[in-house]
Design a protein around this ligand. Structure first.
Ligand code: FES
Ligand code: FES
Length: 163
């Protein structure tokens, strides 16, 4: 017997709803019910950061967050970063130009944490970037190009671009 409950929140500016058991994680709800497979699942116990999304502007591990906990909130995922015309935002463009990804598995989570940094930190610098990245595991890049891309995005945003 299942005990599904209705869950409703906003994702990337759009209202969405679905039915899920209370034990369903937000990552599974996003991927399986809403088809937002850009949110990746790696470790599924809060270590790798691949599943990071923003909930009301704050980064969260969606593998540790129950879907019901997102009720009524504004969730942002990697699918919401590009413009309506599909153009990369400054952060995505910087990752593209700086070759900051290889397999790309870690990338959505990293971009969401860096988005939070760009939107909330008054003076982000390399130390702040490295602190943000300390919550993410990348098995491919060695991190240096990710740091370079983040610093490029900071410069672009400070110059008037959009994160
Ligand atoms: S899948 Fe959530 S932190 Fe690794
Ligand atoms: S680019 Fe492959 S895990 Fe980071």
């Amino acid at each position: 017997m299942t005990h599904e409950t209705r869950i409703a929140f906003r994702v990337n500016g759009q209202s969405c709803q679905g039915m899920a058991e209370p034990r369903v994680h937000l990552a599974d709800f996003l991927r399986n019910q809403l088809g937002l497979t850009g949110t990746h699942l790696g470790c599924e116990h809060g270590v790798c950061g691949a599943c990071t999304v923003l909930i009301d502007g704050v980064s969260a591990r969606s593998c540790l967050t129950l879907a019901v906990q997102a009720e009524g909130s504004e969730v942002r995922t990697i699918e919401g970063l590009a413009g309506r015309d599909g153009r990369f935002n400054a952060l995505q463009q910087a990752f593209h130009e700086a070759h900051a990804l290889q397999c790309g598995f870690c990338t959505p989570g990293i971009l969401m944490s860096l988005t939070e940094m760009l939107e909330t930190h008054p003076e982000p610098d390399e130390a702040v970037v490295r602190d943000v990245l300390s919550g993410h595991l990348c098995r491919c890049t060695g991190y240096q190009n990710i740091v370079s891309a983040a610093l490029q995005a900071i410069r672009a945003v400070r110059g008037g671009g959009q994160a």
